[in-house]
Design a protein around this ligand. Structure first.
Ligand code: WT7
Length: 650
């Protein structure tokens, strides 16, 4: 089926923007031209046009000490003021910043004036709690307005936020609190998910008990109304502090390179990396891309990005990009199918959403449910669709454009990463002829290339490794507390070119196609997971002797976690049902890391395929997990081993 449609697309795979769309589009040919003529001048212009500076910068880029870049570094700005106060000062205080929709159906419209006031109140409370410039604040909240308020309040006082996705376990939260030595945790009693309240505060308590002791206070938003444990003196209610605080707060400017946030993401080792982003360059590129890639007309558009603020997409395209641009957006707390499978489309209809940004995995699960569900709602307000997180297969692209978009509106596939901070490769709607399945072209001001393993550029249409060849404003500035790992991971392979970890190829038109990760990082529902991290979790279980994890392709989630586990001989006797053992191990990983890491399958086996030097050959396990014929086994120490394992798995 997929093959047929992909094949049919060979003929019709370019979609020219409609003349009506092109005529009103924000981005024009001059942008790309300006960036080509003077790349740094182009970014300096964007930084001045899109942002308000307390102190103007005179230097655009300092790349004298690669890979440590400095952008606009003699300038000063306040990120929160750029997202809030300046819009109010410009007379836009009554514009809705956030149409917030709770999962149970409660809702709240928050104007720019109201959001500004609440951020000022929260900033005052943070200061009272002793949080100052450069201090770290962990945020562990559901998708409620207070999550956005908290991030902006932290930014406003020059502290550094570390948002931890609410689905992560106590262990994951604890290690993030410890790594950043956070002094404050902002959380909620609980939040709504799939019709139920899931508790957060008890997880925070459990996490703090496991930390080295940096946390001084816990600020708790009341949302779920669930009973929570309480530590007097340490814990404070949001509604008893922030709600009563003064809404007067003079913000000061910080230098452009002042740290804004740390966000943890999985790498090739077991330990997540704290990706560090700073202020001026980051805000410039997220504002620029949010405006030009999504063709934002802030006076009329209603924008909705479905990502959680626990991920980079939520940071850049729920919080900083849209608010810097004065956009009106929808924020939704819950899951797409609660209380009914048309919930998202009901929200699009209710708020007349015009720009929708979501992930291929969501699109594929809607495809599975059938078009009659979205078709029961009026989706005619939509005029642009975006995709992010993993390659979007042409079949899903076409379905998205036709069933959700009504057949003629642009779909932009945006490639970027936690590390890049903002969109790097995407069509520009109104200019680029769209090609389903391809992320297409670097945005203006961004230079990428495809290299072979030895560093030579790949000519023609062959595949290779994606690199960014020039520093960019929203690039990561490092890994928190680990400059060596920063250099090693991204800069060792190709010198001063950034190695993204993705395979890619260029087609005959020069459009870029992403081919997935080339390292031991999996992509499950657009979220990054490390094979090493899940393997060490499995090995930490008392029953496990050895474990190997692979990402196997999955129709809905892109990839799925599949584990192969050898039980300890001492335990194998006791466990009479392998199904029970595999269930126990799945539960264990979910509890240790978070539900997103729960393996789809855990196969209990007696052996793992290894080379003579003892390296596990995951490639062969992936063949097995995907039901393919097993590939070349000649380098195995014991070439018959795959037959034994296959028999056990089937
Ligand atoms: C990895 C980054 C960027 C926000 C969400 C994920 C994959 C991301 C695309 C795309 C093909 C994509 C890459 C990348 N990826 N967007 N449009 N087409 N692949 O952020 O968790 O940092 O993951 O997601 O493999 O390296 P992340």
């Amino acid at each position: 089926m997929t093959v047929q449609i992909d094949h049919a697309l060979e003929e019709i795979r370019r979609f020219r923007p409609s003349p009506e769309f092109a005529a009103q589009a924000v981005a024009d040919e001059h942008l790309a031209e300006a960036a080509r003529t003077d790349r740094l001048g182009f970014w300096a212009d964007q930084a001045r046009e899109l942002l308000d500076w307390e102190k103007p910068f005179t230097r655009t880029l300092d790349w004298s000490n690669p890979p440590f870049a400095k952008w606009f570094d003699d300038g000063e700005l306040n990120v929160a003021v750029n997202c809030l106060d300046r819009h109010v000062a410009a007379g836009l205080g009554d514009r809705v910043a956030i149409h917030w929709e709770g999962e149970p159906g409660d809702s709240r419209d928050i104007t720019y004036a109201e959001l500004t006031a609440e951020v000022k109140q929260a900033a005052n409370v943070l200061t009272e709690l002793g949080v100052g410039e450069g201090d770290r604040v962990a945020i562990y909240l559901p998708m409620i307005p207070e999550a956005i308020v908290s991030m902006l309040a932290v930014a406003r006082i020059g502290a550094i936020h570390s948002v931890v996705f609410g689905g992560f376990s106590a262990d994951s939260l604890a290690s993030r609190i410890d790594d950043a030595e956070a002094s404050l945790v902002i959380t909620a009693d609980g939040g709504y998910r799939k019709g139920k309240v899931f508790p957060l505060k008890p997880t925070v308590d459990e996490a703090i008990a496991k930390t080295a002791g940096s946390v001084q206070h816990v600020l708790v938003v009341r949302r779920g109304e669930n009973e929570v444990p309480w530590t007097d003196g340490r814990d404070l209610w949001w509604h008893e502090t922030v709600a009563d605080a003064s809404a007067q707060h003079e913000a000061q400017g910080f230098t452009a390179e002042h740290p804004l946030f740390i966000l943890y993401t999985s790498g090739t080792t077991g330990k997540p990396k704290g990706i560090l982003h700073t202020s001026g360059g980051y805000l410039t590129q997220v504002a620029f891309t949010h405006k030009n890639v999504f063709d934002l007309h802030p006076e009329t558009d209603v924008y909705w990005c479905t990502a959680d603020v626990g991920w980079i997409t939520g940071h850049s395209y729920v919080v900083y990009g849209p608010l810097a641009n004065g956009a009106t957006q929808v924020v939704y707390e819950g899951t797409p199918d609660t209380p009914h499978p048309g919930r998202w489309w009901e929200i699009v209809e209710k708020y007349k959403v015009s720009i929708l940004y979501t992930a291929p995995t969501a699109i594929r699960s809607f495809m599975k449910l059938g078009r009659q569900i979205p078709q029961a709602f009026n989706l005619r307000s939509l005029r642009l669709l975006g995709s992010v997180g993993e390659p979007i297969n042409p079949e899903a692209w076409i379905w998205y454009r036709h069933v959700i978009g009504g057949g003629s509106i642009p779909v932009v596939d945006t490639w970027w990463q936690t590390e890049t901070g903002a969109i790097m490769i995407s069509a520009l709607p109104g200019i680029t002829d769209l090609k389903p399945g391809s992320a297409q072209v670097p945005i203006p001001g961004i230079s990428v290339d495809i290299l072979s393993d030895d560093g030579t550029p790949v000519e023609g249409e062959g595949g290779g490794l994606l690199v960014v060849t020039e520093p960019w404003p929203s690039m990561l500035r490092g890994i928190w507390g680990d400059p060596e790992r920063f250099k090693e991971t991204y800069w060792e392979k190709f010198g001063d070119k950034y190695f993204a970890g993705d395979g890619a190829r260029r087609d005959e038109d020069g459009d870029i196609w992403l081919l997935g990760r080339v390292d031991d990082v999996m992509n499950v529902s657009g979220h990054r997971l490390s094979t090493a991290e899940i393997e060490s979790s499995l090995v930490a279980h008392p029953w496990t002797a050895e474990a190997a994890v692979v990402g196997a392709s999955d129709e809905t989630t892109g990839q799925a976690v599949v584990a192969f586990v050898i039980l300890k001989a001492s335990q194998a006797e006791r466990i009479n049902d392998p199904a029970e053992a595999s269930e126990e191990l799945r539960r264990h990983v979910s509890a240790q890391i978070g539900a997103i890491a729960r393996p789809r399958q855990v196969f209990i086996v007696n052996e793992l395929p290894k080379t003579r030097s003892g390296k596990i050959m995951r490639r062969l396990l992936r063949d097995l997990a995907e039901g393919r014929e097993i590939g070349d086994t000649t380098t195995l120490a014991d070439t018959s081993i795959m037959q034994v394992i296959s028999a056990q798995v089937r």
